[in-house]
Design a binder for this molecule. Sequence first.
Ligand code: 5GP
Ligand code: MN
Ligand code: MN
Length: 380
Amino acid sequence: MRIMESEGIPIKIWATEIDEGAIQQAINLSKLTFAYSHIALMADAHEGYGMPIGGVLATEEMIIPNAVGVDIGCGVVAIKTDKQELNRKSTEEILNKTSQRVPMGFKRHKKPQNWQGFKKIPDSRIIKQELTSARKQLGTLGGGNHFCSIEMGSDGFIWLMVHSGSRNLGLKVANYYNTLAKKLNVKYNIVPPKYDLASLSIDSPEGREYFAAMEFCLAFARANRQAIADAFYDAFAEETKSQEILQQIDIHHNYAAMEKHFQKQVVLHRKGATSARKGELGIIPGSMGTPSYIVAGLGNPESFQSCSHGAGRAVSRKKANQIITEEAANKAMEGILFKGWRGDYSEAPMAYKDIEEVMANQKDLVKPLVKLTPLGVIKG
Ligand code: 5GP
Ligand code: MN
Ligand code: MN
C-alpha cells in the first residue's frame, strides 16, 4: 500500500497500476468536506461513474448513490459441492441446463416469482413503480460480466459461482436517487456538480428513503443470486447425483452500511469492494479464464476492513475490442467450456488485471483459503 497526499484527506492505494481517471476521481472524493479519515483504493481499482470501482469511502452522515454503484448489491455466491471430480461432458450438460432455466442477458421470467421480501416494501416511489417488473427479474442473471461458473477448488472439491446483482430494479433506484441528489446538491451547493458525486444526508427524508430503497435492493440482489444458485445446483445435482452443499458464501460488493471505523460510526461505501473483517469469508473472482479466490479477511483498519472485489478491468470494453484478437481470446480460454464470443471480446481474460498480482498487492488485507480454477462458464 502507498499513501498519496492530496489537498483533501490522504488516499491509500493498494493497486500497483491504476488509470489516471481513477486517481482524479479519488482526489475529488478526498476533497469532500464530509469524507472521513482517508480514501481507500483497492488492488483492482479503476475508473467508474463519479467514484472508482474498487474504492472505499467513509463519510459522516452523508450517502452518495454513485459511491454505492449502479448495480446495487452486485455480488457473488460461491457453493462448495460434495463432488471432487467432473468430466467435460457433465460440465457441458450442467451449463446447458442452467442456461435453459435461468434467463440471461436482458431476458426475464414470463411469470412473477415469489419472494417474501416483496411483502415488506419500503416507502419509495421508484420501488413501488418498479415492483411488478421486479417480480419477473428475480432469478435472472443479466448481461455483461455477470456469470455462472463451475470451478475446481484447490481444496479438491468442485465449486459453483454466481455473479449477479439487483438487475434493472437496482439500476432504476440508483438513477432515481442520483438525479434527486443532484437537484438537492445544486440547491444546497454541497458537492461540485462536475464530480458526479451528488450526496444525500442520511438524516434527511430523501437520504432515509434512499437508504431504505438501497437496503431493499441488497436483499433483492441476494434473493436473486440465491434463486440462480438454486437452479444451478439443481442442474449440478441432477447430473452428478450430488447429495449436499458443503459450504455456501454470499457477498455484496456494491453497497453502503453504517459501520464503526477508527472508533467512529460512519457511512461506509464499498463500490466494487468486499468486506474483509477479521476471519470474514470473501470471494474474489478473477475472470472467465483465470483463477478466483475464496479468502478470509484480516481485519486491516487501513482499508476500512475491505479488499478487492475481483481482478478489476485492465482496459475498457471498447479498448478490449480494439486490441484483443479472437485467436488470443481463444487461447486464454483453452480447455474451459464457454459459449463463444459473439464478436465481443470485452470479457476475455486479458481485459482484466492479473489476479495473482492483485492478490499479491493485498496480502495485508486477506488470506487466500481456496484457489478456484475455471472448468466452464456462462456469461449473460
Ligand atoms: P464487477 O463487479 O465490477 O462487475 O466485476 C467483478 C469482477 O469479477 C471483475 O473485476 C473480474 O475480475 C471478475 N470477473 C468478470 N468476469 C468473470 C468471469 O466470467 N469469471 C470470473 N471468475 N470472474 C470474472
Ligand atoms: Mn453487477
Ligand atoms: Mn459485480
